[in-house]
Write a protein that binds this ligand. Structure first.
Ligand SMILES: NC(=O)c1ccc[n+]([C@@H]2O[C@H](COP(=O)([O-])OP(=O)(O)OC[C@H]3O[C@@H](n4cnc5c(N)ncnc54)[C@H](OP(=O)(O)O)[C@@H]3O)[C@@H](O)[C@H]2O)c1
Length: 339
């Protein structure tokens, strides 16, 4: 368990990746009390230097002794690395905040969104899981609505940016776009089909029930974070040619009737949420405006006229920030009592 200190030896595992890079920036931007920063990545990046505060930190590779003396480690290097190294880190006395899918559904490991279930941090045993990016922004919005009117069912369709897949996918969208605009053939290395100027209803692998793993993550993780197995969630997850920010269309059915204005009022005072909803002035959240921000933006709030108690809304958040790095740093802030 974490001993209270003035400053903490902090590590980022996967520091050269899309999320890891954002983690380093977020630690600096939020003035997290870092004593020494240790950065880890694969052997491909060993020796590379990454800027932090006014100096540069050398990237190291992991070994059995790496975590000695580290207080908090933010992991963002994929599920396989988390499976192997998170227990090694935890047994060295370090608290791990893991961004991969490896531990999220483990009943012994809390899955945390600080605005929703910070109380679940009390039972961590050294590893804390950070939810999937598309789930985080959805539960930040669902939680206050659930408290006000008890949610029965959610139908969600996502429009997810390529940065959700990582740096290789960012490079692929850039390269394909450039190639197409220069009348060259495109190569598909990350996604099964061209992503530039296209839309793919396929994120992660297909499961036996016909859903993708990403869709089922949204179902299961939502129930675990909200602490309510009765909430029905059905999801369609879609990859779109956007670099940054996931957008989601939500249809929410509640037990108690909520008017659109009541939802607007509830969400206006919800932590981590910004209501940006003025259709008469063509104001609604869009990825290029939300990129680089910390909150989950909500717009297009309206009543579903086909059922008694239904609300439709549109939410956008930066998947690398609230969907990953920021949520992880907020968890670390809760751990040290800074939040
Ligand atoms: N992108 C998102 O929006 C998002 C959101 C939530 C969760 N996540 C999760 O976060 C994790 C990282 O995602 P990402 O998008 O940042 O991927 P990424 O851009 O591909 O970065 C992967 C990172 O892992 C490092 N790595 C690979 N093999 C390693 C090894 N053997 N030892 C140590 N480090 C190793 C890479 O180092 P090199 O540069 O040296 O290869 C790189 O720093 C994944 O588990 C993903 O599911 C991502």
């Amino acid at each position: 368990m974490l001993t209270k200190k003035q400053k903490y030896v902090t590590a980022v595992v996967g520091a050269t990746g899309a999320v890891g890079t954002e983690m380093v920036r977020t630690l600096e931007a939020r003035n997290f009390p870092v004593d020494t920063l240790r950065l880890f990545a694969s052997e491909r990046s060993e020796g590379k230097r990454i800027e932090f505060r006014s100096s540069s930190v050398r990237v190291e590779i992991l070994d059995e002794r790496s975590f000695k003396g580290i207080d908090i480690a933010l992991f963002s290097a994929g599920a396989e690395r988390s499976r192997i190294w998170a227990p090694v880190a935890a047994s060295s006395g370090c608290v791990v905040v893991d961004n991969s899918s490896q531990w999220r559904m483990d009943p012994e490991i809390p899955l945390i969104v600080p605005e929703v279930n910070p109380h679940d941090l009390s039972w961590h045993k050294g590893i804390i899981a950070n939810p999937n990016c598309s789930t985080i922004q959805m539960v930040v919005v669902l939680k206050p609505i659930h408290e006000a009117a008890k949610i029965k069912r959610v139908v969600v369709t996502t429009f997810q940016s390529v940065s959700g897949t990582g740096q290789r996918a960012i490079d692929e969208l850039m390269r394909q776009t450039t190639d197409l605009l220069n009348f060259r053939e495109v190569a598909c290395n990350v996604y099964p089909y061209q992503i530039a100027f296209n839309v793919l209803p396929h994120i992660d692998v297909f499961l036996e029930n016909g859903y993708t793993k990403e869709e089922m993550k949204m179902v299961k993780e939502t129930r675990k974070i909200m602490g309510d197995d009765t909430i029905g969630v059905t999801a369609t997850t879609v990859r779109v040619p956007v670099f940054r920010c996931h957008s989601e269309s939500l249809n929410i059915e509640t037990e108690k009737k909520l008017a659109a204005n009541e939802v607007r009022a509830i969400l206006s005072s919800a932590p981590g949420v910004v209501v940006y909803d003025a259709p008469d002035r063509k104001l609604y959240p869009i990825p290029i405006d939300v990129a680089g921000t910390d909150e989950t933006y909500v717009g297009r709030i309206r009543e579903d006229e086909t059922i008694d108690n239904g609300i439709n809304l549109w939410i956008v958040a930066d998947n690398l920030r609230k969907g990953a790095a920021l949520n992880a740093v907020q968890i670390a802030e809760c751990l040290i009592g800074k939040a």
